[in-house]
Design a protein around this ligand. Structure first.
Ligand code: MSP
Length: 666
């Protein structure tokens, strides 16, 4: 029987749309899942959404809809995003799934019956943002340090889980299994926390305060605290307690999280699992997961990503421009697993050009072009032994070993560094063996065979090794090299002799990673913006200027979910006035009635070369009403007027009948 590997992402709150951080954790799990498949494991990979609790109830209320409808909507965004990043999860769980609700209630009942849940009195500093009571120590200047808000003091009757009684057992387990929590810094953090007495955990919320949760099975006046509910998703997804999946994959579980949720995963969850095992009469460590893998945070610009700072990175914006594989590669290569890392588009382009276009892309194209030119595309038999070629093959085998070691330890950047070292050596081998010189001398024919064959075999190995991180590229390379799919090959079959039999015919190579000309990208972006009438953005518009510097031109997406389209607020407007903007020959300042109580809006449009201002007054136009305001030539523009752009004519879009201003356009 194959060994089993169960990997989980945190289940994401549905009060925010997916961003770079969520994408990173989910891509990491996908890479780990694909890698373990290469090792021959039976793999199960689960992700999902966390949908109960104050935060979600509040967000739904703000949006003016029911929590369930709200959760359905945002959960759908997460679920829909993953396949587009080439993430192949086996299961997507939602905490509002009926199976999950039943599992949480079953576990609560078991732990309650075993005496580990009791009714008590609680008073404390509650932070709505964190969805938990904060200790005195955690407050900074009387405020929650994460949410910068003073917590509310709440006193109430509640149920408690006897977490404190498992403190010593948890310390012992961590000490006996030093990589239970990894990397080490996070194990140390948990142990440091456990040096203080561990308090019991309040696991209920009175319905008077919150109804959006799972009702306690033994007291219907309460719902379950969101963390006690959410953590159990890892068991529900396997059909605990009966399902065959549970027998197979638990406790061979590995969780992946970022450092922000270390405490619930490093302390609440293992103590809950110990209590559950005890309630079922099993040894206390029977259900403890195998590893908790903890990564750092992606920071953007000066610090954390945040809506308020407006620096939230949307995964599809980047994957759409640079490709999904390069995006995945960049994230895995750039972050030292466990530490924080800085994200920037410039760094992404730099890595793309250096590692993908130059190193990998170049090796693939030069080797296969030479094969085509000197051997008609047929892989030769390597008959003459050669020390340098042998050394490259041995390095390839050593790379497989190092790579596997690092990948198992979730040190992805090191695994990739090892592979890129091999790629670098292969490129150097091309340079020093000079196949172009060998090809001119018939006496060197056997030597040329060895050189070309060795390089082709290296490409074969690299194809398999990169496949977890760059699945699409590996698939293309494998197809081109006449190999099976990398996931069917597996690591075990990477041997000195190589994967590609002599006699295989290989066509001329496609360009895997066309180099990104950074100047061209910038120039194209500027041109696109100029077209949109934004070229004249003055120095006093820092937001617009910043954008111009870092954004590549935006291409329309190949496909858009209806939800994505529906986020654009298109409305019909009536132009009340139009004047030229001083010092900008393309811009008109329009006063547009959108039927809003707040009065007409000012909108700057880049159509001055196509319309005299007076031609527009009285006309109806279609406006993007929820575009962020920008300042253009000192005028704040609140929206954008849509126009059809012909070869040399630009015409505003309007309905064929006059309709009331503010009418929805869809
Ligand atoms: N719902 C809880 C988790 C429950 S798990 C039983 C939650 N959700 S969350 O939506 O806030 O997601 C937190 C996770 O998102 C982090 O642990 C991490 O995996 C990912 N990230 C969010 N922002 C991130 C960065 N800036 N950088 C890296 N990963 C981050 O907490």
């Amino acid at each position: 029987m194959n060994p089993s590997f169960y990997i989980t992402t945190p289940i994401y709150y549905v009060n925010a749309e997916p961003h770079l951080g969520h994408a990173f954790s989910t891509i990491v799990c996908d890479v780990a899942a694909r890698f373990h498949r290469l090792l021959g494991y039976d793999v199960r990979f689960q992700t999902g959404t966390d949908e109960h609790g104050d935060k979600i109830a509040e967000a739904a209320q703000k949006a003016g809809i029911q929590p369930q409808e709200y959760a359905d909507r945002v959960s759908g965004l997460f679920r829909g995003l993953w396949p587009r990043l080439n993430i192949a999860n086996d299961h997507f769980i939602r905490t509002t799934d009926p199976e999950h609700i039943a599992t949480v209630r079953l576990i609560l009942q078991k732990v309650h019956d075993a005496g580990d849940i009791y009714l008590g009195q609680y008073g404390g500093h509650y932070c709505v943002g964190c969805e938990r009571f904060l200790t005195e120590k955690e407050l900074v200047d009387g405020k929650c340090p994460d949410h910068q808000k003073p917590p509310v003091w709440i006193e109430e009757e509640n149920y408690f889980f006897r977490m404190g009684s498992y403190q010593q057992a948890l310390i012992d387990h961590i000490q006996r299994n030093p990589d239970f929590i990894r990397p080490e810094r996070y194990k140390n953090e948990v142990l440091a926390f456990l040096r203080e007495p561990l308090e019991d955990l309040c696991i209920s919320r009175p319905k008077s305060r919150l109804t959006w949760g799972i009702e306690l099975p033994f007291d219907d006046r309460f719902v379950t605290y969101v963390w006690f509910d959410a953590l159990i998703n890892y068991l529900t997804g396997l059909g605990y307690p009966e399902g065959p999946l549970f027998g197979q994959y638990w406790p061979a579980a590995q969780h992946l999280i970022a450092k922000d949720i270390l405490k619930p995963h490093g302390i609440y969850w293992p103590t809950m699992l110990m209590a559950l095992a005890k309630a079922e009469g099993r040894p206390s460590d029977a259900y403890l997961y195998r590893h908790l893998n903890v990564h750092g945070y992606w920071n953007v610009g000066a610090g954390k990503m945040s809506k308020t700072l407006g620096n939230v990175v949307k995964p599809l914006d980047l994957a759409g421009v640079y490709g999904v594989d390069p995006f995945r590669y960049f994230l895995l290569r750039e972050m030292t697993f466990g530490l924080d890392a800085a994200f920037s588009e410039d760094l992404l382009v730099e890595r793309y050009n250096a590692d993908l276009a130059n190193d990998l892309g170049n090796l693939f194209s030069r080797v296969l072009n030479m094969l085509s030119q000197y051997r008609g595309g047929v892989v030769p038999e390597p008959l003459a032994p050669a020390e340098d070629a042998g050394a490259l093959r041995r390095l390839a085998m050593k790379t497989v070993e190092d790579y596997a070691k690092h990948m198992r330890a979730f040190q992805f950047h090191q695994a990739l560094m090892a592979v890129w070292q091999l790629i670098g050596e292969a490129n150097r081998f091309v340079v020093h063996s000079e196949p172009w010189t060998l090809a001119k001398d018939p006496a060197q024919s056997a030597r040329l065979d060895v050189v070309l064959s060795t390089l082709v075999q290296t490409l074969g190995d690299v194809t398999v090794l990169i496949s977890p991180v760059l699945p699409e590229t590996a698939g293309r390379m494998a197809e081109h090299l006449g190999m099976e799919l990398p996931e069917l090959i597996g690591l075990e079959r990477l041997e000195l002799t190589g994967l590609i039999p002599a006699g295989t015919r290989i066509a001329k190579p496609p360009a895997l990673f066309p180099r990104i000309d950074t100047d061209k990208v910038k120039a194209k972006a500027e041109k696109a913006e100029a077209k949109a009438g934004q070229k004249a953005a003055p120095a006093s518009a820092p937001a617009a200027k910043e954008k111009k510097k870092s954004k590549a031109p935006i291409e329309p997406a190949a496909e858009l979910d209806y939800e994505e389209f529906a986020r654009v607020d298109l409305k019909l407007g009536q132009v009340l006035a139009a004047v030229r903007v001083e010092g900008a020959d393309r811009l008109l300042k329009l006063t547009v009635d959108l039927g809003e109580d707040s009065g007409p809006r000012t909108i700057v449009a880049g159509i001055a070369q196509h319309y005299a201002p007076e031609e527009l007054v009285g006309r109806q136009v279609v406006v993007v009403a929820n575009l962020k305001p920008v300042v253009l030539k000192g005028v704040e523009s609140r929206g954008m007027v849509l126009a059809a752009v012909g070869e040399d004519k630009v015409r505003v879009v309007a309905p064929d009948l006059t309709l009331p201003p503010g009418s929805k356009v869809r």
